[in-house]
Design a protein around this ligand. Sequence first.
Ligand code: CP
Length: 312
Amino acid sequence: MKHYLSVNDIDSLPMWVSEAITLKQNPTAYKDLGEQKTICLLFFSNSLRTRLSTQKAAMNLGMDVMVMNFGSEGWQLEFEDGVTMDQGKAEHIKEAAQVVSQYCDVVAIRAFAGLKDKEKDEAEVVLNGFKQHASIPVVNMESSVGHPLQALADAITVKENAITAKPKIVLSWAPHPRALPHAVPNSFIEMMKLQDAEFVITHPEGYELNPKITAGCTIEYDQAKAMENVDFVYAKNWSSYSNYGAILDTENNWMITQEKLGSAKFMHCLPVRRNVVVEDAVLDGSQSLVLEQANNRTFAAQIVLQKILESL
Ligand code: CP
């Protein structure tokens, strides 16, 4: 595998999930694979889980790890071709990506959507800039439109906790005081298309996601109806896609409560705002899988890095 940029880079989801679950029994089984190899993690946006789990995964594989908060510590990058760089941006992606390629064997990038300009966000300038100009594999640690490492961890978590071959899984919009990007729900939806599941998306009207991503999915505007007989509830906030980046409804009647959850398992990628997105009773109860999801981030990243190292 050359790059891991989206869920569509997974050639066999059942195989990857099964390998990840096996790996959990002996996380350092492939410690020799990454010997003399270096991964560079470049953060243009904040992180807790992605940073530490990807680092842990690389260390389990015997890799050396370099981490840089590029957004706050690096030179401001120019991504456009042919511009006269006489303003604030000090370095062009062409040099930056090639320089990084000289220091490491794999580069992983996190760069969130700005949520101001849909066209610019969907162009994925940071991720695609590195893909175009780096000579090494590129891993997406959450870009403007996708978070495929999270989605793979979610698929592992579902597999470990499903009690039926085809569980009912509901992706539910939930309230949040700030405008959030679409990357997590986008990749979760793409993952659900690879999964044997009865999958339903529920959100208030106006929060429809990119129709190219939700094509073929069931969308139910009535949250209670969507959650009938559900096995897994995946809660996530996102801002409006059509009214790009806007918050349309800050009422908390979409918050996930224990009463709404019933006997279902609860999932969220974290970080989560307690008593806004989901009530304490759910997060503190035995049906919450959020810590398992966070733990599975290590094994999702490790499977991805393993596939990349095997192909170097
Ligand atoms: N879920 C997730 O990606 O967490 P971080 O933003 O903390 O990395």
